[in-house]
Design a protein around this ligand. Structure first.
Ligand code: NAD
Length: 356
């Protein structure tokens, strides 16, 4: 396996990045350093890494406040910290926001990825062993019918400005491998869940609304199908790829766990009721169907055979257990949530989830 000494994570203050940094530092076989470069957009929260800052802030962990569109800063950071692995997570990540205003998605996800690739290309001239790992989504493959699974060979068919911008970034990353020979890997992952997720996303939104007795907005008929994977399992997949993956390869990561949205919300209600001692029927009665999202993909499901067979990855967190842990985490971390629920966030939620 590749030995990792100095990792640059972009977007490390977001949901997946903060979990990734924490889980890498907890590994016995990782003794290197991590530099976290993040622009701290509405979705970036330094507080998610306070424990890491305290424990490793003087030597093994460095935060750099900056934008992936700042090429000078990228060049300085790569060289100053002698980076051997870049894990690129920084992105605009919320589909609904991309429908309201696609510009930021193009700027960060496409132009930002391009700027970062250019910085790595210059750096790579003197550092041939650098690996660029790009974290992407299964949404680039579009929507499935009742059956079938996305594999690494599925054609790209993005349907939202978000997934189109991620698809564009994936193509750029793979072009840098084929054109320049820069060692890159890509992972396309299904819906992640777990702690530290910004409360506009389905699970934290529902848990918060349950705790406040507010309605639980479900899009359309609730029959859209998603695959869910715990963020810990996703990050373990990224670890396997950056240590043992083959340059130029794409790996799909999924939880083998297809659920309709309404099933997810109902299971969440059940788990929430059990944990809090509330009446399950009272929690379920908060479910409200709202107008469907335009271009809403019907079904995603992912075939993770390649990463399982080639890199020995498998998911380890069962959905029910993962949900239980996630609900408890949000209920025990209300302060974290309340501090990020700014006026802007509240207005946005109110505007976008008005009842039918
Ligand atoms: P997030 O929105 O929680 O975090 C994104 C982070 O990127 C934030 O900390 C933000 O401040 C930072 N950022 C945004 N623009 C930036 C810029 N221009 N320069 C530097 N930093 C910037 O997102 P997430 O859910 O943690 O997703 C991380 C990555 O994983 C994204 O690339 C996303 O497309 C991908 N992904 C997410 C999921 C999921 O279910 N959440 C699934 C598959 C893939």
């Amino acid at each position: 396996p590749r030995k990792l000494q100095s990792i640059l994570v972009t977007g490390g203050c977001g949901f997946i990045g903060s979990n990734l940094i924490r889980s890498f530092f907890s590994k016995n076989n990782f003794t290197g350093t991590i530099v976290n470069l993040d622009a701290l957009t509405y979705a970036g929260n330094q507080e998610s890494l306070l424990d890491i800052e305290e424990k490793y802030g003087n030597d093994r962990y460095t935060f750099v406040h900056g934008d992936i569109n700042d090429s000078e800063l990228l060049a300085v950071t790569l060289n100053e910290y002698d980076i051997d692995t870049v894990i690129h997570l920084a992105a605009e990540s919320h589909v609904d926001r991309s429908i309201e205003g696609p510009a930021e998605f193009i700027k960060t996800n496409i132009l930002g990825t391009f700027t970062l690739l250019e910085a790595v290309r210059a750096y790579w001239k003197n550092r041939k062993d650098v690996l660029f790992h790009h974290v992407s989504t299964d949404e680039v493959y579009g929507s499935l019918g009742e059956t079938g699974l996305f594999s690494e060979d599925s054609p790209y068919d993005p349907r939202s400005p978000y997934s189109a911008s991620k698809a564009g970034s994936d193509h750029l990353v793979s072009a840098y491998f084929h054109t320049y020979g820069i060692p890159v890997t890509i992972s396309n992952c299904s819906n992640n869940y777990g702690p530290f997720q910004f409360p506009e996303k389905l699970l934290p939104l529902m848990i918060l609304n349950m705790s406040e007795g507010n309605s639980l907005p479900v899009y359309g008929d609730g029959q859209n199908v998603r695959d869910w994977v715990h963020v810990r399992d996703h990050n373990e997949g990224v670890w396997k790829i950056i240590t043992s993956g083959l340059a130029g390869s794409t790996y799909n990561i999924g939880g083998g766990n297809e659920q309709t949205n309404i099933d997810v919300v109902q299971t969440l209600c059940k788990v929430y009721a059990e944990i809090t001692g509330k009446e399950e029927s009272d929690v379920l009665s908060l479910i409200t169907y709202v107008k469907d999202r335009p271009g809403h993909d019907r079904r995603y499901a992912i075939d993770s055979t390649k990463i399982q067979e080639e890199l020995g990855w498998s998911h380890s967190v069962s959905f029910e257990l993962g949900l239980r842990e996630t609900v408890s985490w949000y209920l025990n971390n209300m302060e974290w949530i309340n501090r990020i629920r700014t006026g802007e966030y509240r207005d946005w939620i109110d505007k976008n989830y008005s009842e039918r």
